[in-house]
Design a protein around this ligand. Structure first.
Ligand SMILES: Nc1ncnc2c1ncn2[C@@H]1O[C@H](COP(=O)(O)OP(=O)(O)O)[C@@H](O)[C@H]1O
Ligand SMILES: [Mg+2]
Length: 585
């Protein structure tokens, strides 16, 4: 959070304090200005101005402040500091680095009135220029590179509010983020640090139709319900159904360059786990720490409610900044319900007219403004980059008809519905294949056809059809039992069982099965289809269904997931299945 350029302004006086909401009178401030509240100088943001009464949401515990104390405006909107040092850092919801806070206060939890810059101001970075004197640069253009972490090169860009011009001086060597590295003929000076107001999207040239999948290495996602790079997805599910595990799998394995992980006020200990776990994780694609391409925004439920409200904006603004460098960024928010609850709490303190279930009437608008900032973009500097946004939703009691789930559903294009029954049966990931969908499927098919197999769409459709048929047959089975079904339908159930157990299930905690490349996802499906085709041939030739189901090789389908040398394994398994079934007639 920046704290620069304080013009002299008229201080106001606190007139009331209600939890995170404070009103002040006679304050010279504009909507969304950051203000310092009370003798302790707590950070807050102007959210309403009516006559000479200003309403402020305060990002810190307000118990110690009282009417009569001063309020001072910075005259600037809530902004984040952008520059090298964002990665490999853990922030709170208003971009205060937790380790800095910890050093200052001896606890990773926020104390009041503590301010800290979003990126280190003293650290020197090795700046390698990409421009020379005489070059003409425009807004957004890359003027140099800094090795931000072992994994990521940080592109230093001409800030969005600059006009650009001819380079008249350029430095190379070690500099802090506030030292000028490039000067332009119009007097503009480029530093590594930029600021951007969190509630405003960074400019782009054009939002494009995304055509590349964000490959997740999770079979059910890539295979049945893929998300695009630049896409939006929701993961609704009750407590314990696997939202967090799914988000972590995506953070580790999705083929994004940069991960922004927003832990938005889930239970206290769960967030502590994230804070402890993430720095330990290895990036499977480089062997470096995962944090080397991750920025973590952590807001536990014991942090003040207003900081929870702002954390998703802080996250998506950082995401957009890396997108501008031409990177594919994936943002995970766990959980957006906590964010919505923060909105609800603040709204009720403001005594606004409540909408559905007490959420403010603008809930849907806020959700859509957030997801709108995701996309596959042509950037101002001509590069392409993406922000994919994946939000967990935790509906109370797992009831998807509640407002946050419903409003999210209307906006996002991928829906991964987690299911308590599946989780209870230890079917993981507990993604309900009947309720989930992806609207990106068709536009991503050409990529899968080019990169994996030409018949990718047909194979997927075959699996979907078998699973649909199973759902219908299960209703009959419930009434009359499996044995009452005709033999071909019994066989369909057996094929569907392999689809569920081998293909749809995937153990996040198995060293091999945890990541499944699309090639393996495809080969697993073709193996199950080989079993299907050969089994139906045998049935037609008069072999009893029990004998078909009983062949030795078939159960090995469930072992494909854990095979490292899966190509060889699948080849052999297909031949064994074929041989054993053909020997029956
Ligand atoms: N893909 C998976 N593989 C194995 N176990 C899983 C998987 N997904 C969830 N689980 C199990 O379910 C538990 C609860 O998941 P979690 O993501 O914490 O739920 P939620 O965030 O929805 O409350 C995990 O601790 C784990 O034991
Ligand atoms: Mg969770």
């Amino acid at each position: 959070m920046s704290q620069t350029a304080q013009t002299v302004r008229e201080d106001g006086i606190i007139s009331s304090v209600s939890g995170p909401v404070v009103t002040a009178r006679d304050l010279d401030a504009r909507m969304n200005d950051v203000v310092y509240v009370g003798d302790e100088g707590l950070m807050g943001e102007v959210i309403e101005i009516e006559g000479d009464t200003t309403t402020i949401q305060v990002y810190e515990e307000t118990s110690g402040i009282s009417p009569g104390e001063p309020v001072e405006s910075t005259g600037e909107p809530l902004s984040v500091d952008l520059g090298p040092g964002l990665l490999d850092t853990i922030y709170d919801g208003v971009q205060r680095p937790l380790d800095v806070l910890e050093d200052k206060m001896g606890s990773p939890y926020l104390d009041r009135g503590v301010d800290a810059p979003g990126i280190e101001l003293d650290k020197e970075w090795e700046f390698e220029p990409e421009v020379e004197e005489g070059d003409v640069v425009e807004t957004g253009d890359v003027v140099g590179i800094v090795e931000e972490t072992v994994t990521i090169d940080h592109k230093v860009m001409v800030p969005p509010d600059y006009e650009g011009g001819e380079v008249v001086a350029v430095e190379s060597g070690s500099f802090t983020v506030d030292e000028t590295v490039v000067e332009l003929d119009n007097g503009e000076e480029v530093q590594m640090r930029q600021e951007w107001p969190v509630r405003e999207a960074r400019p782009t040239v054009e939002k494009k139709t995304p055509r590349t999948p964000l490959v997740s290495g999770q079979r059910i996602l890539d295979g049945l319900f893929p998300i695009a790079k630049g896409g939006t997805a929701a993961i609704p599910g009750p407590f314990g159904s696997g939202k967090t595990v799914t988000q972590h799998q995506l953070a580790k394995y999705a083929d994004a360059d940069i991960i922004i992980y927003v832990g938005c006020g889930e239970r206290g200990n769960e967030m502590t786990e994230v804070i402890d776990d993430f720095p330990e994780l290895e990036d499977p694609s480089t062997g470096n720490p995962l944090m080397a391409r991750t920025s973590l925004i952590a807001n536990t439920s014991n942090m003040p409610v207003a900081a929870r409200e702002s954390c998703v904006y802080t996250g998506i603004t950082i995401a957009e900044f890396y997108r501008d460098m031409g990177y594919d960024v994936a943002l995970m928010a766990d959980s957006t319900s906590r964010w919505a609850e923060a909105m609800r709490e603040i709204s009720s303190r403001l005594e606004e007219m409540p909408g559905e279930e007490g959420y403010p009437a603008y809930l849907a608008a806020r959700l859509s403004q957030f997801y709108e900032r995701a996309g596959y973009f042509e950037n101002v500097n001509g590069t392409e980059g993406s922000v994919s946004a994946i939000g967990a939703v935790s509906p109370p009691g797992g009831d998807f008809s509640e407002p946050v789930t419903q409003n999210t559903l209307r906006i996002v294009k991928t829906f991964w519905a987690l299911d308590a029954d599946l989780a209870e049966r230890r079917h993981f990931p507990s993604i309900n294949w009947n309720e989930s969908y992806s609207l990106y499927k068709d536009q991503l098919d050409p990529w899968f056809q080019d990169e994996v197999a030409d018949d990718w769409p047909e194979k997927r459709q075959w699996a979907v059809d078998v699973l649909d048929e199973e759902t219908e047959l299960q209703e009959i089975v419930q009434l009359v039992g499996k044995d009452a079904l005709p033999e071909d339908q019994q066989l369909t159930l057996e094929v569907a069982r392999y689809l569920r157990e081998a293909y749809l299930q995937q153990n996040a905690f198995h060293p091999v099965d945890t990541y499944c490349p699309p090639e393996k996802t495809y080969l697993m499906l073709t193996t199950i289809q080989t079993f299907n085709d050969e089994a139906f041939d045998a049935l037609e030739a008069g072999v009893p269904v029990d004998e078909i189901i009983d062949i030795d090789a078939a159960p090995n389908i469930n072992r494909i997931g854990v095979q490292e040398d899966y190509e060889e394994y699948v080849d052999e398994l297909k031949s064994e299945i074929t041989e054993q079934l053909r020997s029956l007639y």
